[in-house]
Design a protein around this ligand. Structure first.
Ligand code: EPU
Length: 424
């Protein structure tokens, strides 16, 4: 529940990056001894993956936001169902288990529905490394006598495929070259962990990654990077409702594409070390955005940015070139009075509009973030259901927003309301 209209001010600390965390945890499988990862976000995706590591025989110890995974007793147990379906990133168990055990059985991943999300490039990579890959009753079976380095050209630039191939290739024989690789900061973070474990990787952060396979990998200690999408979400909320909001623990370079747009809209930004001040002044100017692979504007911020544009002074056009069907927030924002059209693959937002509180449903993680931003801006109370999506990726969002001055709280649904919600 959000009572909108309250100005935001103060400081918010950004947590560790979800999309790094969900790859770093499976990567720990590849080591032969303990891997410690510091600064993990306290979100349900991390919990699910840590349960999966235990399911295959790992021991996982938590100490605040630091996790220590002991992979010594892990086995190549099939993971066809259950928790695997809760999130997309369970597909990293494919690359990591293939790298370690030369075989894996993993259920097809779940996660947010953003339109079709094929994994053909992951499979192309595994096959190039020498694995036989079959899809049997909704689970992917991967088997290899041995993995051999290969030259792999990705037909689409994919974060998941780049990381997954890297995970398998670090323990393959010989040299792997990934061409047209993705360059997201999370990929660099995973490569840093693998390098600390003894892997030989060059070129991460460029579109050609070279990996020299090694026999074994050892444990290490690693600190995760801050979450650029969480930072971007708070920056958008601050642009919408902020007086002066400071983000703490942020790598501003990672969200430069967003900051450029906020500046264009007339928002004052000041960067200092790992902090960013966001102070909107006067009415926001409308802008157009096109989502692109990193360092372009991230698709994960497209949805919250749509909410912000409803406040801007005229029409803004958003084109999501990564997930053109990532539109589940639009109808919900319309319920809140937003004037949004979807035309020719673009989202056209007419502003300025005063949003009104309404009952809305978060049907995926970033749609949830969009509705929270909208709720903060709206007149009256907004009721958002589907919080389990938001809890997958935003640590303590209620507390963080409350500290900034928002009036936001969580209410349990009655069994009747849950039934109605499930049928809606
Ligand atoms: N694609 C293919 N074939 C593949 C893989 C991808 O056609 O084998 C296409 C996808 O359909 C999409 C594009 O390539 O059009 C990019 O997809 P990518 O593989 O990069 O996405 P992903 O790895 O599945 C990660 C993030 C997403 C984020 C995208 C794009 C994780 C766990 N997920 O997904 O994050 O939207 O990259 O940046 O890292 C989120 O955090 O809310 C989220 C959905």
């Amino acid at each position: 529940m959000i009572e909108g209209g309250h100005e935001l001010s103060g400081q918010v600390r950004i947590s560790g990056a979800k999309n790094s965390a969900v790859a770093l945890l499976p990567a720990s499988i590849l080591a032969d001894s303990q891997v410690t990862i510091e600064g993990l976000p306290n979100i349900s995706d991390v919990e699910t993956l840590s349960d999966l590591l235990e399911e295959i025989g790992g021991t996982v110890e938590w100490n605040d936001r630091t996790i220590t995974v002991n992979p010594e007793k892990m086995v190549d147990m099939p993971l066809p169902n259950g928790k695997v379906k809760k999130l997309r990133a369970s597909y990293y168990f494919m690359g990591a288990m293939l790298g370690k055990f030369k075989k894996a059985v993993i259920g097809l991943p779940g996660g947010c529905y953003l339109g079709p999300r094929p994994i053909d490039q992951h499979i192309k990579g595994f096959e190039a490394l020498g694995a036989e890959v079959t899809n049997e009753q909704g689970a992917i079976y991967l088997r290899a006598k041995e993995l051999r380095g290969a030259r792999i050209y990705l037909d689409v630039v994919s974060v998941g495929a780049t990381i997954n191939i890297m995970l398998a290739a670090v323990r393959a024989k010989g040299k792997t070259i990934i061409e047209n690789a993705a360059k997201e900061p999370e990929i660099i973070d995973v490569a840093t962990l693998l390098t600390n474990m003894g892997a030989k990787i060059k070129g991460v952060g460029t579109d050609v990654i070279r990996i020299e396979g090694v026999e074994s990998l050892h444990g290490c200690r690693h600190t995760i990077i801050p979450d650029r999408i969480e930072a971007g979400t708070y920056a958008i909320a601050a642009a919408a409702m902020g007086k002066e909001v400071v983000l703490d623990n942020v790598i501003t370079r990672h969200i430069e594409s967003l900051l450029a747009k906020l500046r264009e809209m007339g928002v004052r930004l000041e960067e200092k070390d790992d902090q960013l001040l966001i102070a909107p002044r006067g009415p926001l100017k409308s802008v157009d955005i096109k989502t692109l692979v990193y360092p372009g504007f991230p698709t994960d911020l497209q949805q919250p940015f749509t909410s912000l544009l409803t406040k801007a002074d005229s029409t803004g056009v958003i084109t999501d070139t990564i997930y053109s069907a990532r539109l589940k927030h639009i109808d919900e924002l319309r319920r809140m009075n937003a004037m949004i059209k979807v035309e020719g693959g673009s989202i056209i937002v007419s502003g300025p509009v005063k949003l009104q509180g309404a009952k809305v449903k978060a049907s995926d993680l970033r749609a949830g973030a969009a509705l929270i931003v909208a709720g903060l801006m709206a007149e009256g109370v907004t009721e958002i259901t589907g919080l389990e999506h938001i809890d997958r990726g935003y640590e303590n969002i209620i507390e963080k927003l409350t500290n900034l001055g928002a009036n936001v709280w969580r209410e349990e649904m009655t069994p009747n309301e849950i039934k109605q919600f499930q049928n809606s």
